[in-house]
Design a protein around this ligand. Structure first.
Ligand code: SF4
Length: 249
């Protein structure tokens, strides 16, 4: 009998393998990642949804470590949306400078804070449609913020989906969940594969696995908790389906 797992021993007929249908593998893979990382899936330090939104905006083109260094003092100085609007741009730019792109981030943050005050009484709305109506907030940020800060609202929201960043893009291809490169199409493929109750945190735990184990260059397949279900496992001599040669990070 041919061994479809590539591991040597023939699998039992009911056993799920790396060559099993993606519709069966995907929820099992995400379940394992949730069990491993689900307790604390966001590495951005925050207290409440507003701070999470601010930290997520600052994390663009930066590392969570750098953002956490900055927000440690930032969140003590600026507590509410009005606080960000009360200072001159130059002062906020200096506070954000270490995260990079500080002029754009100052503009984005002030735009979001102004919209929160004008339209939502200074509170962060817990609906995807409202979140993406804020200036500079895209589906990815909206899904990360709502999925982490308000998973129940995320579950009930007809516009909610799955955040696709560079890690989700890479892993979803490596794991054979999609062949797409466009984030919107990847999101659609993932939504078709995963049960809705996994949506709020699926991308959060996939992102963590992408940072810690399934890194872009030389994924650590030997240490991977989903290796037996991965069609790209280098440990099993498989080819990387993410297509690194085509520039996917
Ligand atoms: S087996 Fe390797 S390629 Fe597959 S998910 Fe794990 S680390 Fe990534």
């Amino acid at each position: 009998m041919i061994d479809p797992s590539g591991n040597g021993a023939p699998p039992a007929l009911h056993e799920l393998t790396r060559r099993g249908p993606k519709a069966r593998r995907a929820p099992v893979i995400v379940d394992r990642l949730l069990a491993e990382y689900g307790e604390d899936p966001v590495e951005l330090d925050h207290d409440g949804v507003f701070q999470l939104l601010v930290a997520t905006i600052l994390s663009a083109q930066s590392t969570d470590k750098k953002v956490n260094e900055v927000t440690k003092t930032l969140f003590a100085k600026y507590r509410e949306p009005a606080d960000y609007l009360a200072v001159q741009d130059e002062e906020l730019q200096e506070d954000l400078r270490p995260t990079g792109f500080f002029r754009q981030k100052t503009k984005a943050l002030k735009g979001v804070c102004a919209a929160l005050l004008e339209r939502y009484d200074g509170e962060v709305p817990l609906r995807i449609a409202d979140l993406i109506s804020l200036p500079g907030v895209a589906r990815k940020t909206a899904n990360v913020v709502l999925g982490e800060a308000a998973p129940e609202e995320h579950l009930a929201d007809p516009d909610a989906g799955i955040a696709v960043d560079t890690h989700v893009k890479r892993l979803s291809r490596r794991l054979g969940f999609t062949r797409q490169v466009d984030p919107i199409r990847i999101e659609r493929d993932m939504m078709n594969l995963l049960p809705k109750q996994q949506w709020p945190r699926a991308s959060l735990v996939i992102i963590l696995h992408g940072r810690r184990v399934c890194v872009a260059q030389r994924p650590r397949c030997g240490d991977c908790l989903i290796e037996d279900l991965c069609p790209s496992s280098l440990a099993a001599g498989r080819r990387d389906l993410a297509g690194q040669a085509r520039g996917l990070g």
